[in-house]
Design a protein around this ligand. Sequence first.
Ligand SMILES: C[S@@+](CC[C@H](N)C(=O)[O-])C[C@H]1O[C@@H](n2cnc3c(N)ncnc32)[C@H](O)[C@@H]1O
Length: 202
Amino acid sequence: MAREGRKFSQAERPRGRIGRIFGGLMARLNKPAYHWTVEQLRPVKPKSYLELGFGTGHLEKLVAKKLKPAKLTGVDPSPLMVEVAQKKLRRFRKKMKIDLLEGDDTRLPKDGPYDAITALHSFQFWTHPATTLAEIRSLLAPGGKFVLVLRLHGKRSKAPNPLSRNGDEVSAACKALQDAGFVIQGMRGISRNSHGIVAGIG
Ligand SMILES: C[S@@+](CC[C@H](N)C(=O)[O-])C[C@H]1O[C@@H](n2cnc3c(N)ncnc32)[C@H](O)[C@@H]1O
């Protein structure tokens, strides 16, 4: 897993009692972004869904309820978040195949293609965004959508992702998406700190 051995913030690797509290707060603050993301995916009617950094699993649950894919997958490197999200999704297990795995953006499942892929406030933790975006592109089905929601950072950010530190994260992310072969289909400021980008492959 990338950059093991250094100290992680609670946002990057929620853990323990504080991590549980942080996860709950995060889920409350990000509600508008979860709903916006689901609305972007609705036209795709995804049968398969993959999320990078699912945290407490609120967006996974909303996707399960509103879009009812046959396959719901995700990776998150925090064992606590995997446990919390697995519990949250338990009641959907009879209706769809659910795989919520411990792993980060460098360890995506290989069982594509996926009709819908999302990453909400985890981009800033990807150490090699170009490599991850190329991987996501290779996993996305034709006609599928990738929804990237940025948690905006300023120049003084210590985020591992170099694009999150460059002062204009939105432009940098759009360029990286285009360099990876994505077409930007839309974008919107969701809240003061959240900016959503919808990308496809043609
Ligand atoms: C700020 S939280 C956002 C969680 C969730 N997406 C939400 O909005 O509720 C960031 C999440 O990304 C996960 N994360 C950290 N590094 C990651 C990486 N390299 N790849 C994927 N996820 C990562 C963390 O464990 C954490 O659950």
